[in-house]
Design a protein around this ligand. Structure first.
Ligand code: NDP
Length: 531
């Protein structure tokens, strides 16, 4: 398939190229002030085009400042899920018969609104999940890209319906993809608009209807996205938002008999439990799941060490390592190991730790108390079974607000097969391991249940070719100093994982994403001349 060029929404990069970075910062800071002034409200569920109150609510506070209440959100129940699924099921027939052009137009109108409210949305992400300004704006940019790209692809493929001719006289054939029905959309906290918008758009633009369950930590940005789609003209019931917990909303949604398919991004544990539930219940629809990672980087003797250090530090520690793509284990040739490690420690100690809204912040707060507990636990293990070169503690600084700040942590002297180097921690924590050659490094990189992202630093073309050929990973990056393993642009860098990092082998933001939300139908109509 010939790729058709696609222009990504690159807000910060565009400001940099236009020499208007100051304007970018001002717009973001004004938006933070404005959004702060609107926080703390109550947010009902959104079902069948209207608000629905729940008996109970849960409170979300900012991970970077516990004094900031993001809002009170309806705690959905299995009954609320049922009501939302019924609304989505009722809306399905009309929506699936809505012309492709009409569906696409709604999503394109939503893009205009997302652009209009870009800084407000980025500020909301920062306050709600603690992501810094450039990454929050990139989160919104990616959401915009998903809407634009999927609109374009659906249109470019004429709604995935085409004439397959008349193979024998009188047999007129067509081939088409048709939506399944109601999709459950279950999203993670860490890309709370990009991933939620991408998954929702994939499900809905293809003619399905949806019940969306955002992560409990990030319901506000989900409300804003649903509001934008509703204002753009999405009919009542086509998208429904049920906030609440994994077991009280997520699981009943998965198990509901009228939910035909699930699109999920989150941990391996929950993703696999959803697959199992579908199997146990005899459901035949798709579970499109993007899961965790344990992303390796290899540094050879032919690497530019400074670039490798920069790539690993950013890959491991930006947004406090709370990315499925975060760099978490590094295999360094023994001849350059000491040099790499000492420079990585120096670079790590120079990174800004602080609230998302502060301009210099790279290492932002972690999302919840469970993350703090995991951090304490793995640092204790690393101290007793390996060597912590920097980090290992929560940050105790009087100039920081009362939030969840931890030090980025660099560890060595743990074996490659140690749990610290095998399990996903989703924290600013990286292990560094010496290797004797590229072959050993690749073997160790591949010796993982996961296969999401991988990086290599080498200037040697034959090493690069060998690595591309042998690495078991969906996303592969060579010499990426801006970040060794994180960051992907819609269309140019479709995003997804192999092995236990995903269930479908098809990637978000890529050419094969949309067809997953539909099933094929082959139509033969015998008319005219007979065989
Ligand atoms: P979780 O798996 O904890 O949660 C993801 C979503 O599932 C949340 O909405 C959660 O609700 C919900 N959920 C929890 N339990 C259930 C259940 N039993 N049934 C149905 N839904 C449930 O992931 P996180 O939000 O903590 O996100 C981090 C994880 O996501 C990491 O493993 C990361 O690697 C992965 N991820 C993968 C990406 C990829 O593209 N491969 C991209 C981004 C993240 P609640 O919040 O209420 O618990």
């Amino acid at each position: 398939m010939d790729p058709v060029p696609f222009e990504n929404e690159l807000t910060f990069e565009t400001h940099r190229q236009n020499d208007t970075v100051e304007e970018f910062h001002q717009s973001y800071e004004d938006a933070v002030t404005d959004v702060r002034a609107t926080l703390g409200k109550s947010h009902p569920l959104w079902v069948d085009g209207g608000p629905v109150d729940a008996d109970e609510q849960f409170t979300v506070t900012s991970p970077g400042d516990f004094d900031v209440t993001i809002g009170e959100f309806a705690a959905g129940t299995p009954d609320d899920v049922d009501r939302a699924v019924r609304a989505a099921a009722a809306a399905f027939d009309e929506w699936r018969h809505t012309a492709v052009e009409e569906r696409v137009e709604i999503f394109r109108d939503a893009v205009e609104e997302l652009r209009e409210r870009k800084f407000e949305l980025a500020a909301t992400v920062s306050l709600e999940n603690g992501k810094n300004r450039t990454e929050s704006i990139a989160d919104v940019d990616e959401a915009i890209d998903f809407l634009r790209f999927y609109s374009r692809e659906l249109e470019r493929h004429d709604g995935y319906e085409f004439d397959t001719g008349e193979p024998t006289p009188g047999q007129h054939c067509r081939n088409l993809l048709r939506p399944y029905g109601v999709f459950g959309v279950i999203a993670p906290f860490n890309f709370p608009i990009a991933i939620l918008a991408g998954m929702t758009t994939g499900a809905v633009i293809t003619g399905n209807t949806a019940v969306v369950k955002p992560a409990s930590a990030t319901p506000l940005i989900a409300h804003k996205f649903v509001e934008i789609l509703t204002d753009a003209g999405l009919p009542d019931g086509v998208i429904n938002l049920v906030t609440g917990g994994g077991s009280t909303v997520g699981q009943p949604l998965v198990e509901h008999e009228d939910v035909a398919g699930i699109v999920f991004t989150g941990s391996r544990e929950v993703g696999l439990s959803i697959e199992r539930a579908f199997q146990d219940l005899g459901k035949r629809g798709p579970v499109i799941a993007e899961l965790g990672g344990k992303n390796s980087v290899i540094v050879t003797t032919a690497a530019d060490i400074q670039e490798a250090v920069s790539g690993v530090a950013m890959g491991a520690f930006s947004f406090s390592g709370q990315k499925c793509s975060a760099t978490s284990r590094v295999y360094v040739h023994e001849d350059v190991f000491d040099q790499f490690l000492s420079r990585l420690v120096e670079k790590t100690e120079s990174l800004g730790i602080g609230p998302a809204e502060a301009e210099e912040t790279v290492v932002s707060p972690v999302i919840d108390d469970r993350a703090l507990e995991r951090y304490a636990d793995i640092c204790e293990q690393a101290a007793s079974e390996g060597t912590i070169h920097t980090g290992g503690d929560v940050v105790d600084a009087s100039d920081l607000p009362d939030g969840r700040y931890v030090e980025p942590t660099v560890v060595s002297d743990v074996p490659h097969d140690h749990a610290l180097a095998r399990e996903e921690h989703f924290l600013p924590f990286v292990t560094v391991h010496p290797v004797t050659d590229l072959a050993e490094a690749i073997d160790k990189a591949n010796d993982s249940d996961y296969g999401l992202c991988a990086g290599l630093f080498s200037e040697d073309e034959s090493e690069i070719e060998t690595w591309f050929d042998r690495i078991d990973s969906g996303m592969c990056y060579v010499n990426r100093a801006q970040s060794a393993t994180t960051g992907a642009l819609v269309q140019a860098q479709p995003f997804g994982g192999w092995k236990f990092s995903g269930t479908t082998g098809k990637f978000a933001g890529g050419y094969w994403y949309l067809p997953q939300f539909m099933r094929e139908q082959s139509r033969t109509h015998v008319r005219g001349a007979r065989e």
